[in-house]
Design a protein around this ligand. Structure first.
Ligand code: NAP
Length: 268
């Protein structure tokens, strides 16, 4: 058993039963966080909880919830707002889907929006309220690089991740002064169950584009430690992201004016 360095409070991790969420659970356990693990598969959560309690000497609770269901989401919100020990929210639960928007199964689309967008928004709002009152805490939101390259993948999935990036940027603007740390993580392809669950065959993907999940989460946590608002784990040169931020800033003064641009003053 490894002895945790310090007591860090409790981390609530959604989608902790596999992949990135389960890896955050292990890494945060190593850092001395107690954990509240949320997902639908109680058996997998219990197995992970037993392993982490034994391995790290921390407290681990399990909360079974389907975050696409309003009553389950409310129960998690309630827990987040009432448990003063929670100091970190990892908004990780998410699903992907394949195919074009034309002809998409609207039930699947709705469920993905419910999980990737609505649940993440509700939990971010509750954490923002409780953490900013306490003057401390962290919110880590799992977006994706497809927020920046939407043409590369499914329209609704990419849009849901662009939403997560945008929400996190605004949230940071609103609450950074209260002492709450906010981070959007934009992984590229990461080896987890997500592609198989979405019925996507990943065997044809270039292995040089796929990161192992432990490396991805370690990089994301390093970015969090370094105070980054946006972390892109595979991006070699951070100046490339900073150039995007600067280009956006340059647009700023011209995005809302009292006259149309000269090139549009052509209508009769
Ligand atoms: P994963 O292994 O499939 O894990 C998804 C997690 O979400 C599971 O723990 C799953 O648990 C949970 N979940 C799914 N539906 C849920 C629901 N209705 N209610 C509550 N929990 C639910 O996928 P992952 O790759 O680790 O994905 C984690 C996050 O990273 C997602 O937001 C994903 O979009 C993002 N991401 C992944 C990649 C990648 O390449 N893997 C790249 C960029 C971003 P249960 O089935 O037990 O509920």
């Amino acid at each position: 058993m490894t002895t945790p360095q310090t007591t860090q409070g409790k981390a609530l991790i959604t989608g902790a039963s596999s992949g990135i969420g389960a890896t955050y659970a292990e890494r945060l356990a190593r850092r001395g966080y107690d954990l509240l693990l949320v997902a639908r598969d109680q058996q997998r959560l219990e197995q992970l909880a037993t392993q982490l309690r034994a391995g790290h000497g921390i407290k681990v609770e399990v909360l079974k919830a389907d975050l696409t269901q309003a009553a389950d989401l409310r129960a998690v919100e309630q827990r987040l707002s009432s448990d003063a020990a929670i100091s970190l929210l990892v908004n990780n639960a998410g699903v992907a889907m394949n195919g074009h928007l034309a002809g998409a199964d609207s039930d699947k689309v709705d469920a993905m929006i419910q999980l990737n967008v609505v649940a993440l928004t509700h939990l971010s709002a509750v954490a923002a309220t409780t953490f900013s009152k306490a003057g401390r805490g962290g919110i880590i939101n799992l977006a994706s690089v497809v927020a920046l390259i939407p043409e590369m993948f499914n329209a609704v999935y990419s849009a849901s991740k662009a939403y997560v990036l945008s929400l996190t940027q605004t949230l940071n603007h609103e609450i950074a002064a209260s002492g709450v740390r906010v981070q959007a993580v934009l992984p590229g392809l990461t080896r987890t169950e997500i592609w198989e669950r979405a019925g996507i065959d990943d065997s044809g993907l270039d292995p040089r584009m796929i990161m192992e999940v432990g490396e991805m989460v370690d990089a994301a946590l390093a970015g969090f430690d370094q105070g980054e608002l946006v972390t892109i784990p595979s991006l070699p040169d951070v100046a490339d992201w900073q150039a995007v931020v600067q280009a956006r800033g340059k647009l700023g003064p011209n995005l809302s004016r009292n006259e149309a641009a000269a090139r549009y003053k052509v209508a009769g």
